[in-house]
Design a protein. Sequence first.
Length: 356
Amino acid sequence: MLWTIISGLLVGAVLGFVMQRTRFCLTGGFRDMYVQKSNKMFYALLIAITIQGIGLWVLSAIDYLHLSYDSFSVVGTMIGSFVFGIGIILAGGCATGTWYRAGEGLIGSWIALFMYAFFAAMTKFGVFKPLLDKMNTVTVAESDMSKLTGVPYWLLLLVLALVTIFLVRKELSKPKPKFAVPTLKPKFTGIRHALFEKKYHTFVAAIAIGIIALIAWPASISTGREGGLGITTPSAHLVQFFVTGDSKLLNWGVFLVLGIFIGSYIAARGAREFKWRLPDKITIRNSAIGGALMGVGASLAGGCSIGNGLVATATMSAQGWLSLIFMILGTWFMSYFVFIRPMRQAKKVAVKPQTA
């Protein structure tokens, strides 16, 4: 148990620290693909997936681990991921995002996090479990893309790597702004400046997160839990533990998510960014609804933006890639009502007086 606590907290703390300092946010990235026509964060996600995937291929080749694939509900994954995508826009962050933003002192993220964990527990182990069980029996399919396509795992990874390199090079070759971006005078120097103040490119953050996601596998396996990063089930287990007091629920994943919070808190404190911030009534409402949708959606889909979008995709799981697609579609759907439509209505109001 001691090693479970140490390794889980350590991997989680490093992940939370990196995500807080680099502002690595998949919710914002998926939203910006539609609202701002920017794909940078999506390309960063592909970098992290590729790094983790190549590492897993090496670990599999040396028989350190064996990637296992469970059958999955196609309909459940599509509906759950779409609902999850809607939820993360309302909540202002995905599963990991709510954990690390809670560490910054955002009350809205605390609300979203509680509702996310609570509704995930309700869906996986509580009153909504019959719905989950029923959904898991509908349109069940094989998740191993190698078996589905007949293409070896290494070749699928090679295609992904080539596509990622092409897209990243294309993004980096875009002309830079001709005007200088004003910057504030550094408050810190030396290591503290590098850790708590220096700005890092999104792709550098993606490399770091890909490496952390890979390290999570042997760290987790060393405690008897074979798997990588995961947020939804550990969050639900944490709620169960508080209700039942059953210490068996405290596995590596639970300490991982607690570590994310701790790492983010350390990063925010070190950068002097920690501050308790109480949102307005609308944000509180959206955070609560978004968190609930996240919990139900991730449970139905068999994973969140990390479990499916980062980890399952790296194993070349059909469930992971299908989930990623519908997660993005869900964020686009909700982004229209939260961002696009209000902007269009504001433009119409601004044009009317001029026309009159």
